[in-house]
Design a protein around this ligand. Structure first.
Ligand SMILES: [Zn+2]
Length: 290
């Protein structure tokens, strides 16, 4: 099996096989609500030799992502997605500009990082006090600022704190539709699973915490995703030896090593690249490529 993990999306789209089953019609409900339906093979097929997709994403433009993470990712030639808020970029602007010119993806993580006001640090930017139009303006401004600093326009988004609403009580509104309108994909945080490529909503992809995991724990998650042919999106913050919100450098190294071994059948790439592939396969007419 000779599958390059860095093939372009276009190459992959040309290579997929679709067996003419629509996920909507293929799933039958189980009598036991916790049992789930039997796995439906071949509704969505990854490129030849690929059992699962994995994306590595890192939030908040923390300096250790540049200092510790990038050398590892670059050594293994593994493209990652960095979800940045523009203010944080200024500390290491030249480095971030370099990242933006490389294979890595720069995504939007809002301008002010609004989250629930129950977090003391978010009181003055509480989602409970936001409106949809404020949020729209903020996401547009973040895109424009990132573009002016790094010369790339973000295509995907990560919800700060994984929270997807504005307002409170009867006035709560989801801002997922806004993200769907503005971006190819939106990523959550602290979710419990991987994404079913035949079914998932690209505007609210499940994000799995990478911080604190040892490699064996991360590998278990990757293998669980591979059993179902799913797309696992890991999310991290700092990268270092350990500690709060920190992805372990040794785990990152081992994941890269594992994913670069073609015998493991893992396609590791940015959220943008994999989301584009998923979108293309879903758009393709039934039977195309077979
Ligand atoms: Zn964040």
């Amino acid at each position: 099996m000779a599958v390059s993990l860095c093939l372009s999306t276009a190459t992959f789209v040309g290579a997929y096989l679709l067996w003419g089953c629509s996920p909507r019609h293929a799933r039958r409900a189980s009598a036991d609500p916790y049992q789930g339906s039997p796995r439906q093979d071949n509704c969505f097929v990854w490129p030849e030799g690929i059992r699962a997709a994995v994306s590595l994403t890192f939030d908040d433009a923390r300096p250790s992502q540049i200092g510790v993470g990038l050398p590892i990712l670059n050594k293994y030639r593994v493209p990652a997605t960095f979800y940045v808020s523009p203010d944080r970029l200024k500390a290491r602007l030249r480095d971030w500009q370099k990242v933006a010119r490389s294979e890595h993806e720069i995504g939007n993580h809002s301008l002010r990082h609004p989250c629930t006001g129950n977090f003391p640090w978010a009181k003055d930017k509480a989602l409970e006090d936001y409106t949809l139009s404020q949020m729209k303006e903020e996401l547009q401004q973040a895109n424009a600022t990132i573009e002016s600093l790094l010369n790339v326009r973000p295509v995907t988004f990560a919800y700060p704190c994984g929270q997807k609403y504005v307002g409170r009580g009867k006035e709560v509104r989801s801002y997922v539709p806004l993200v769907a309108e503005m971006f190819l994909a939106g990523r959550g945080w602290m979710d419990e699973g991987a994404n079913d490529p035949a079914f998932c909503d690209l505007a609210q992809l499940l994000g799995t915490e990478l911080d604190g995991l040892e490699f064996q724990q991360a590998k278990k998650l990757i293998e669980a995703a591979a059993e179902n042919g799913f797309w696992l999106v890991f999310c991290g913050h700092e990268i270092g030896q350990g500690g709060r919100q920190t992805t372990r450098a040794d785990t990152l190294k081992a994941i890269c090593d594992y994913a670069r071994d073609v015998d493991n059948g893992i396609w590791i790439d940015t959220v943008e690249s994999i989301a584009r592939y998923v979108q293309e396969v879903r758009k393709a007419p039934i039977g195309a490529g077979s």
